[in-house]
Design a protein around this ligand. Structure first.
Ligand code: NAD
Length: 475
């Protein structure tokens, strides 16, 4: 018996997790195609639960982060989940519809249909940065598609994880929806369960391990990962408008967002005015940092130290750090508030240009030609998001067709994520598969092709002996 198997057999929490999985599997077997009404009832319960515990969600996430803007929690965790549930409720009937597919002449009057069917038991592994939204968002899609769902939230937001576990246990039978809490060991065992689909949101490094664990069971995976998303400023862009929008994208949740702009590429001649425009925008949006209910702290001591290390490394290697706030870089360990800063003259050997930043620091790459920027983006891992600030036209087209990224927002940041009917997901190192709206429903469904044969059919001509058939066809 190998060590992992022995550990799983002996550890009661892992045994309970396996039992929960088996129970969901059995329940799914007993009702493999829940009706529209059953699914709506589950979504309604999730909405009512979210409405009821919203204030507790805000308190729990703030406490987990040390200091998390309650406004960010309300917007990105609570309201986004509420709106995704409402959208799913409205659209569910049309998503569940059996669709006719075109049928070739030789097969008529037979006909073809596509029948969406739930997959079974879905596993969701979620990160800490939007801990309610990224746990419940995939669950909404999986429930809408008629599946049973198990969620494993991040251990870095333990209060929120416990709140979700208790609230879900109150509102749902464990065979419908359940939350399993715990750290890496639980996560490792969780992704080893033979789920019918697994959606993982987190880092690229862990995503790779999850994909390998899932492969052992041939469990299909959707991987929602991270990376370095560029924001490219075109020559002639209105810098005040660019800065106002970049500051929202970069400083929302203090940059701890998978689709936050990771670095900016700015025409060389515009770097000076860009820095000034960024300073003005920060001053307008965040008049103060200390005690500001809109500004979020860094989630853990480890990440706080990591971010300070990125700055120190960049400075040692010759970059200029430009504080974006009048309070300078003081920030302060209280609530692990890290002040926003630009990093000018970054070079490839700096860690800040190698790893996903996930904090309020923005390196600024000066460029001479757009082709140079396109080549830079393509020489690196495919980003989760790409942003372009500039007029529609040849340059924008060149950028769109010359780069591959998970998604794009033009003339702003992040808003492609908020579109209920755009597929959200990465590509290459930033992930695989997608969800949101109908795409989430399809991710968690088997779209079963069904061909209905008719009594009289052209396929009768395709019976042996085939020599005669070929003769008739002149082949
Ligand atoms: P992480 O990869 O460290 O952890 C994510 C989850 O995986 C947690 O629940 C954790 O407990 C679990 N886990 C850790 N090790 C595991 C293992 N070996 N096996 C199974 N599960 C394991 O990520 P994080 O630090 O929580 O989140 C930040 C990362 O997530 C960033 O890279 C960010 O870009 C990415 N992210 C992506 C999206 C997206 O939608 N694409 C959204 C938010 C965050």
């Amino acid at each position: 018996m190998n060590a992992i198997v022995r550990e799983q057999i002996l550890d009661p929490s892992l045994l309970r997790m396996r039992a929960a999985f088996d129970r969901q599997r059995a329940a799914f077997g007993a009702d493999m195609n829940p009706s529209h009404a059953v699914r709506i009832d589950r979504l309604d319960r999730l909405l009512a639960m979210t409405d009821r515990i919203a204030p507790e969600i805000e308190r729990a996430v703030s406490a987990d982060f040390g200091h998390r803007s309650v406004h960010v929690t309300r917007l990105a965790d609570v309201m986004m989940v509420q709106s995704a549930i409402r959208h799913a409720r409205r659209q569910l009937k049309s998503w569940m519809k059996v669709r006719r597919a075109p049928t070739g002449l030789a097969f008529r009057p037979g006909f073809s249909r596509i029948v969406p069917q739930p997959l079974g038991v879905v596993g969701v592994v979620s990160p800490w940065n939007y801990p309610y939204q990224l746990a419940m968002g995939p669950a909404i899609a999986a429930i809408g598609a008629g599946n049973r769902v198990m969620i494993k939230p991040s251990e870095l937001t333990p209060r929120l994880a416990e709140l979700m576990r208790a609230a879900v246990a109150e509102c749902f039978a464990p065979e419908e929806l359940t939350v399993v809490t715990g750290g890496t060991e639980v996560g490792t065992a969780f992704v080893g369960l033979p789920f019918d689909h697994l959606l993982f949101t987190g880092s690229t490094a862990v995503g790779r391990q999850v994909a390998m664990a899932a492969a052992a069971n041939l469990t299909p995976v959707t991987l929602e990962l991270g990376g370095k998303s560029p924001a490219i400023v075109g020559a002639g862009a209105n810098l005040d408008l660019v800065a106002a929008r970049l500051v929202v994208g970069k400083l929302f949740n203090a940059g701890q967002t998978c689709i936050a702009p990771d670095y900016a590429a700015v025409p060389r001649s515009a770097v000076g005015p860009f820095v000034e425009a960024m300073r003005r925008a920060v001053a307008r949006q965040y008049p103060r940092l200390a005690g500001n209910p809109d500004y979020t702290g860094i989630v853990s001591e480890r990440h706080f130290t990591r971010l300070q290390g990125l700055l120190a490394d960049a400075q040692t290697r010759g970059a200029r750090v430009v504080p974006l706030h009048a309070e300078g870089m003081a920030g302060g360990a209280a609530g692990r508030v890290l002040a926003p800063a630009l990093v000018l003259d970054p070079t490839e050997d700096m860690k800040i240009m190698q790893e996903e930043i996930f904090g309020p620091l923005l390196p600024v790459l000066a460029y001479d030609t757009l082709d140079e920027v396109i080549a830079y983006v393509n020489a690196h891992e495919r980003p989760l998001a790409l942003y372009w600030f500039g007029a529609a036209g040849a340059e924008q087209d060149r950028l769109l067709s010359g780069t591959i990224s998970g998604g794009v927002t033009l003339n702003d940041c992040m808003w492609h994520f908020g579109q209920e009917e755009l597929p959200f997901g990465g590509v290459g190192a930033s992930g695989m598969g997608a969800y949101h709206g109908a795409y989430g429903f399809r991710t968690f469904s088997k779209e079963k092709p069904v061909f209905h044969q008719s009594r009289l059919s052209g396929t009768a001509l395709l019976r042996p002996p085939y020599g005669r058939t070929f003769e008739r066809m002149g082949r």
